[in-house]
Design a protein around this ligand. Structure first.
Ligand SMILES: NC(=O)C1=CN([C@@H]2O[C@H](COP(=O)(O)OP(=O)(O)OC[C@H]3O[C@@H](n4cnc5c(N)ncnc54)[C@H](OP(=O)(O)O)[C@@H]3O)[C@@H](O)[C@H]2O)C=CC1
Ligand SMILES: O=C(CO)COP(=O)(O)O
Ligand SMILES: [Zn+2]
Length: 371
């Protein structure tokens, strides 16, 4: 093990030295047990619950739109197969919502939780299920974020965005029929969320070198690999294609597993995510999480001195916005978010350090063609 210690600070990528800081201590990692990806797999839900011995009472967390897309359908399927269900329609991924759901579930006593819908519904179901000590199944209706298979839950308030250790889904049921029929903007945003891993990993490496922060090569490699999968296949990602949905879901699962290995969102959330969380707070009308992280990644890659144009090109090829105008956000909001970003999660060391000078923030957004 001392050998590993000596290797700290060296490359985490093939050809470099292997670094698994956490090998020095015991670690508990959680991964999904069943991952079902394919067209029309929603109908397999009762069989999945039966296989996992979870048939009985099911707590479904879904959303206003996603209830019509999948929530009601899954309710029907489950009730017809003898399950008793409680349906909760989510509003916001806040701790108050988690507490509300937990209180209802305390009386309902479900065998399992299903998060059916967007990132918000999945995160709420994930954290509430952990608090109720009941398994959780992830049923995404869009491939818009990499929380579909991770053990983390991102919970937001007006003041902060926190990543909570929750639990990995015991199963992921990703119906690519539903996902490919979802607005393409959501799939493109999922690509943006995964591509943004490029800068998250660079920030993590920086923190490892500057702050001696524990680092995992396996988590970093997996995270980077998911980003490369999407960038290398950018030309194949098209609206309405089952194959595109499959590709993006696989990359999102890989990225989620990277977070579970790390035991934090570090491999998939760095300065670009801090910028996105800052925008959520500042912008009159925030864009999608993955869109904001993607634009953040272009700018943070510039700060890292890396190939930001490669990121920009891949995003353009897929159809992810690369400018403030395309995202419907003003230039002033972009600059303000860049300045606020380092205060969002100050304990997470990134390329933003303690902050940018206002003139540097403006130059950064201008040079990278974001504004
Ligand atoms: N836990 C983790 O590791 C991670 C968590 N996240 C979190 O996930 C969230 C982002 O998730 P994201 O899904 O992008 O955004 P949202 O949760 O904001 O959902 C986006 C919108 O898409 C709608 N929608 C979803 N699927 C469909 C569909 N098939 N057809 C029509 N509309 C649909 C939703 O409807 P409805 O109103 O019904 O929900 C919602 O209005 C953020 O809160 C982010 O912090 C992101 C990455 C990782
Ligand atoms: O969005 C994430 C990874 O894509 C993780 O979320 P946090 O930024 O909330 O940790
Ligand atoms: Zn993200």
């Amino acid at each position: 093990m001392s050998n590993l210690k000596e290797q700290k600070g060296q490359s985490s990528f093939p050809g470099g030295q292997w670094r698994e800081d956490e090998l020095r201590e015991s670690k508990w990692m959680q991964f999904p047990r069943e991952v079902i990806i394919g067209n029309d797999v929603l109908k397999e839900t009762p069989a999945v619950l039966q296989k996992l011995k979870l048939t009985g009472k099911t707590f479904i967390v879904t959303g206003k739109n996603t209830a019509d897309v999948a929530g009601n359908l899954i309710l029907d399927i489950l009730e017809k197969s003898g399950n008793d269900c409680y349906v909760y329609k989510s509003e916001r991924a806040s701790i108050e919502e988690v507490e509300k759901i937990t209180a209802i579930a305390h009386d309902f006593k479900p065998m399992s939780f299903l998060g059916v819908g967007s990132g918000r519904s999945i995160d709420l179901a994930k954290l509430a299920s952990k608090r109720c000590d009941v398994p959780f199944l992830s049923v995404p209706t869009a491939a818009s974020h990499d929380g579909i298979a991770s053990s983390r839950a991102s919970i937001h308030s007006d003041e902060k965005s926190e990543s909570y250790e929750a639990q990995a889904p015991i199963a992921v049921i990703a119906d690519t029929g539903i996902i490919s029929r979802a607005p393409f903007r959501l799939l493109a945003a999922g690509c943006g969320d995964v591509i943004s891993n490029c800068t998250s990993v660079l920030d993590w490496e920086l923190a490892s070198r500057h702050q001696n922060e524990p680092f995992s090569d396996s988590a970093a490699l997996m995270s980077k690999m998911s980003a490369e999968m999407i960038m290398d296949s950018a030309g194949l990602i098209r609206p309405g294609l089952d194959s595109s949905a499959r590709l993006v879901v696989k990359a999102l699962v890989l990225s989620g597993v990277a977070m579970s290995i790390a035991g934090s969102s570090r491999p998939a959330s760095g300065s670009e995510h801090m910028f996105s969380h800052a925008l959520d707070r500042i912008a009159k009308k925030p864009a999608l999480h993955g869109e904001q992280c993607a634009i953040g990644a272009i700018m943070m890659m510039y700060l890292h001195g890396g190939d930001w144009k490669k990121i920009q090109n891949a995003l353009i090829q897929i159809g992810v916005p690369t400018s403030a105008t395309e995202m419907g956000i003003s230039s002033e909001e972009i600059i303000e978010a860049l300045l606020l970003a380092p205060t969002i999660r100050p304990e997470r060391y990134t390329i933003l350090g303690t902050g940018l000078a206002p003139s540097a923030a403006e130059k950064l957004a201008t040079v990278t063609q974001v504004i």
